[in-house]
Structures are given as structure tokens and as C-alpha cells.
Write a protein that binds this ligand. Structure first.
Ligand code: AVI
Length: 323
């Protein structure tokens, strides 16, 4: 742990062995798959930042507009002196919109991408010298414990960007339950959730004209080449993203253009022509559907903010106080 004035870094990054064995297990299964958390190496994180600026990717700008418009109401709901956790903090840009209004006691960004986290936190600390920051490099979807010394009373989790949609509903309930446990009674969750909408709008958001999303998806294969010595020929795979109405989700895949064999960490993986690696789900919810999920996890809906076109929602949920 390195201490700088008011910034504390805690590194719980999983070891490389976990990465190799998880990737190989996913590629050996009948429907080949790679978990979306592996998108976010330094290159992938940069590509994701570019996705957030794309004209088709309405999620980020709509959520930012809501945070700007309703920042004061959000701060009122959260209350003063919060210990504010952010799951998947990335470049920490969204929290900047709330910090002056919320004035938390302490900010705890959590992200799996170490370099991205360190850079963003250093920039943030320069702009908010009054803020105590505990940055944690961790896979928040795995099992984790809070570092000691963060036992503030008013614990609030911030989980923007509809990253909850990258989990299946069952996994989402599991994660929400864990968040409810660590914010504990009286604690809250401010969470961004993408809404079910016109399929054309959804599919365009994941098939942008500049092909940044395709590059983001294919970067997974380049990452396996870089880090596991794999020999993927990336131009022999196609980016596929489509809405699966039965599951209310966008699915992303990498489709093999032809029959081929790829070597990964000394193992040979066979691909049929047209066979895919399933790389991401991005579930979409109705307001009522998301409330049902939150209630199953022990959260009670307090407030929800949406834009005039009902593209995106921000929910404030609370774990009911023990009386
Ligand atoms: C991070 N997550 C919410 C994004 C999404 O929309 O599911 C990841 C992404 N995948 C493709 N474009 C953006």
C-alpha cells in the first residue's frame, strides 16, 4: 500500500494464474465465452472511454445529463458525511459531477484496471484537495472485503453506467445483496440502469459506425495474444452485437469467419466457421422490473430519475434502517 497525502491505494488485483485458467475454461465450454470484465486492460479502457463519446452510445451522455440536472436532489437523498464507494469507477468522471453537492467524508473508487484507477485518482485528488480517497484495485464482482478503517456510518455505493446490466439478473441480485450487506442498514445505493427501448436504438448503440465497439470487442483477442501468448488472427473474427428479446439484453459475440485452430497458453482451441465466443450481455430493464430485482436483494426504492425520452434511469435505493 502506498500512501500519498489523502490518497490510499489498496491492491487486491487477482493473480495472472486466475486469468489464464478462467479464459481457458471459458473457451473449452460448448458456447465459448469470455467474461466482459476482461475487456478492461489499458487499451480496452481507452476504447471504452471512446465508446462513451460516440453519437450512437446514448447511455453515458443521458446519465451525465441526469446527474447534472438532479445533482442537488441526489445529494439531498444521500445526506452529509457519506463514505462514498464507486464500483467500476473507471475515469471517475461521473463522480466529479456530484462531489461538490455531496461533500462526502471519503471517496472509495473500486476498479479492476489498476493503471486507469491510479491515473484517474491522482487527477481527481488534484482537483479536490479536501477529499480523502481510498482507491481499491479489485474485481468488485468477485468476493472482496473492505480495507479496515472505512467503517463510516453513512455508507453509500455509487454504481453508474448500467454496469449492473452486464450481469445476469441472478448475478445482479447476488451483487446487490453484497452491496446491501456492506452499506448495511440505513445505507444507500445510487445506480444507473439502462431502460428497455426501441430495438433499432439499442442495436445501433453497440454497432457504431466508427467501429469503436468492434475494436473494443476484438481487443479481447489482442489481449490474449499479448498476455497469454495466444496467436489469434483478429481479422478472422467478426464483431456481432444484437438484441435478444427473450432475455431483454444486447449480446456481444466474436464470430469465427472460418474453421480455424488457435493456440492459447499451449492449448489448441478449435473454431468452426460461424462459431462464436460470447463476450458480453448488456441487460435492459423497465423501472418496475429493476425495482423487483432490488427488492429481492433487500433494497427499497426511494427515488428514480429518468430523461424525457425514457432512455436511461438513475435509482436511489436504501437498505431499510433497523428500528
Ligand atoms: C460497461 N457497460 C455498461 C457497457 C454496456 O453498455 O454494457 C459496456 C459496453 N459494451 C459495449 N459497449 C459498451
Amino acid at each position: 500500500m502506498t500512501n500519498l497525502p489523502l490518497i490510499h491505494f489498496h491492491d487486491f488485483h487477482p493473480p495472472l494464474g486466475d486469468f489464464r485458467s478462467t479464459i481457458l475454461a471459458g473457451l473449452r465450454s460448448e458456447q465459448k465465452q469470455i467474461a466482459p470484465k476482461y475487456f478492461y486492460d489499458p487499451q480496452g479502457s481507452m476504447l471504452f472511454d471512446r465508446i462513451c463519446e460516440l453519437p450512437e452510445y446514448y447511455l453515458t451522455r443521458t446519465e451525465i445529463a441526469l446527474l447534472n440536472q438532479y445533482g442537488d436532489q441526489i445529494a439531498d437523498s444521500i445526506g452529509p458525511d457519506a463514505v462514498l464507494f464507486e464500483l467500476g469507477s473507471g475515469n471517475s468522471n461521473k463522480i466529479r459531477l456530484l462531489l461538490d453537492a455531496i461533500r462526502p467524508k471519503c471517496y472509495v473508487p473500486m476498479d479492476i484496471s489498476k493503471n486507469h484507477l491510479f491515473q484517474s485518482v491522482n487527477l481527481l485528488a488534484k482537483d479536490y484537495p479536501w477529499l480523502e480517497v481510498h482507491a481499491i484495485c479489485v474485481d468488485y464482482a468477485g468476493s472482496w472485503n473492505l480495507p479496515p478503517g472505512l467503517k463510516g456510518r453513512n455508507r453509500i455505493a455509487f454504481f453508474p453506467g448500467s454496469s449492473i446490466g452486464n450481469l445476469t439478473p441472478e448475478e445482479a441480485v447476488g451483487l446487490l445483496r453484497r452491496i446491501a450487506q456492506f452499506v448495511s442498514h440505513g445505507g444507500g445505493l445510487l445506480i444507473g440502469v439502462d431502460l428497455i427501448k426501441d430495438i433499432g436504438v439499442l442495436e445501433a448503440a453497440y454497432n457504431d459506425q466508427q467501429k469503436v465497439t468492434a475494436a473494443f470487442n476484438k481487443n479481447l483477442l489482442l489481449r490474449l495474444n499479448r498476455e497469454l501468448g495466444a496467436n489469434f488472427q483478429v481479422d478472422r473474427f467478426q464483431h456481432r452485437a444484437f438484441y435478444n428479446q427473450g432475455f431483454d439484453r444486447i449480446e456481444m459475440h466474436l464470430e469465427s469467419e472460418e474453421e480455424q485452430v488457435v493456440r492459447i497458453a499451449n492449448e489448441l482451441i478449435h473454431f468452426n466457421a460461424g462459431e462464436t465466443i460470447h463476450t458480453e450481455n448488456s441487460h435492459k430493464y423497465s423501472i418496475a422490473g429493476f425495482h423487483r430485482l432490488a427488492l429481492r436483494a433487500g433494497f427499497h426504492p426511494v427515488k428514480v430519475w429518468t430523461d424525457p425520452e425514457d432512455l436511461f434511469s438513475i435509482h436511489y435505493l436504501q437498505v431499510q434502517d433497523e428500528r
